[in-house]
Design a protein around this ligand. Structure first.
Ligand code: 4AD
Ligand code: MG
Length: 447
């Protein structure tokens, strides 16, 4: 394909088009939709940064150009020249009076773009995820995702945390052995990481305040709207921090992320259809309730008929339980001090009640459930060794981790936030599958 990729007028993007009001500019993109009404064509273009409607009267352009656009197929790639005109009724505030169009590749009528503007079922869209990401709503979600990732990095970078990357191939489990993805590692058995935590505990002892941000894997056979088998987690870890320090960090962090999206991604949130007024309320401090108090709430909920099952102390909170608790608050709520029995082996026991772990889960409002899980870490060598044995974990693989308790052990704490859960909540989505370009779930490995 031989095309010159610019025209003579200045190249810009739809996002920046407001800076060129009254000027003739070039856009490079795709035909999103076309309305025809006799001698007038209304092509809608998208270029990755946004969508704009063009106006093409027959008498304003050469017959060749008019004919090239008339009947042009959806998602054909085009380079367009036109004059930018403010129009209050237009979604982005501008329209383009088109003067020239170069078709880069015309999509064949015989094999049209599969995703038309009518409704499609989710399965069909998931099979065509490589194309589905082009729709304005999906593109807007991906821009919010990128903003949240950038904001997460900025938050920790600006507060003296050092980014340290844990390995993805690991010899042992972090979050329990049931959800490991095994990998053949030459003659050894390895697993894809479930969390970088154990490794950043080591780097925290080297650098004080650290964080990691990377992909994590869980062979979860759950088909819920919150579970992926591959997801991205941001994890801070801090030497000399306690559970209280951690809870404060979590609420500052979440407030920062939401504010950043409101400041920089309001137009995308609007495209997605998010009720922004709900996000505007998200500001630290958040409610902090103990697991005991959460159990009481759930039991009251059951008594009122709002919950089917009567929750018993000692159980782990399931999705309906989290949904119910979070629906009682219009900000995220932090549930702390769960029974140690239902939590990971590495959590520090509460000195006042050793059957509880010094841990916290942050539940997002509007029924989104857990977006952050974290804890103070066990500082004692003897107790940690005992727990590793109790959990039936391979002691050899944890020798290095135990070393951290031999050489200058200190109280320390950290948490993990799943990026996709945060994106789902901030965008107000039904399901995490739309929060990542190519979701990996039970029964979903394609495309
Ligand atoms: O609560 P989790 O399992 O905690 C840990 O992995 C700790 N090691 C983190 C730490 O303390 N550094 O997972 C943390 C978060 C959850 O709150 C959730 O947001 C997300 O990771 N998450 C998932 N997101 C999507 N799909 C899944 N299957 C997820 N499992 C956990
Ligand atoms: Mg958790």
């Amino acid at each position: 394909m031989q095309v010159s990729t610019t025209m003579s007028s200045p190249l810009t993007t739809i996002a920046d088009i407001g800076k060129h009001e009254g000027q003739t500019v070039t856009l490079r993109g795709w035909l999103y939709n076309l309305r025809e009404s006799g001698k007038l064509l209304f092509p809608i273009f998208r270029d990755g940064s946004g969508v704009i409607q063009g106006v093409l009267p027959k008498n304003a352009v050469s017959p060749e150009i008019f004919e090239a656009v008339k009947g042009l197929t959806q998602e054909s790639s085009v380079i367009v020249e036109g004059k930018v005109r403010a129009d209050k009724r237009a979604p982005g505030g501008y329209e383009l009076d088109v003067s020239d169009v170069q078709v880069v590749q015309r999509v064949s009528e015989n094999d049209p773009y599969p995703i038309s503007l009518k409704e499609h079922g989710v399965d069909f869209l998931m099979e065509h995820r490589h194309l589905w990401v082009r729709t304005p709503r999906q593109a807007a979600i991906l821009r919010v995702r990128a903003e949240i990732i950038k904001a997460a990095r900025d938050f920790f970078d600006e507060r003296g945390f050092t980014l340290t990357d844990p390995p993805i191939l690991t010899p042992a489990a972090c979050e329990g052995t049931t959800t490991l993805f095994p990998v053949d590692y030459f003659d050894e058995q390895a697993y894809l990481t479930q969390s970088g935590q154990l490794y950043i505990e080591a780097t925290a002892m080297a650098l004080g305040k650290v964080y990691s941000f990377g992909p994590t894997f869980r062979a979860e056979k759950s088909k819920t709207r919150r579970h992926l088998t591959e997801f991205w987690m941001v994890e801070p870890e801090i030497a000399y921090a306690t559970l209280d320090d951690l809870m404060q960090l979590a609420e500052d962090f979440i407030s920062f992320l939401v504010k950043r999206c409101l400041d920089r991604r309001a137009s995308d949130l609007q495209i997605i259809g998010r009720d922004i007024s709900k996000l505007a309320k998200i500001e630290a401090p958040f409610a902090r309730i103990t697991y005991d108090e959460a159990v009481k709430l759930l039991q009251e909920g059951h008594a009122k008929g709002a919950l089917e099952n009567n929750f018993e102390w000692g159980g782990d909170l399931g999705s309906p339980d989290e949904t119910y608790i979070s629906s009682q608050f219009d900000k995220p709520v932090m549930v702390h001090r769960y029974p140690a029995k239902i939590k990971a082996f590495y959590m520090e026991p509460d000195p006042d009640r050793p059957d509880l772990a010094l841990c916290v889960d942050v539940l997002a409002p509007e029924g989104y459930g857990e977006i952050i899980g974290g804890s103070q870490r066990m500082a004692s060598y003897d107790l940690l060794l005992k727990r590793i044995r109790q959990h039936g974990l391979p002691e050899e693989a944890f020798k290095w981790y135990l070393d951290l308790r031999k050489y200058g052990s200190v109280p320390h704490a950290g948490f993990g936030m799943g990026i996709e859960r945060a994106v789902a909540w901030i965008c107000g989505l039904e399901h995490v599958r739309e929060t990542i370009p190519f979701p990996r779930m039970l029964h979903r490995l394609y495309p």
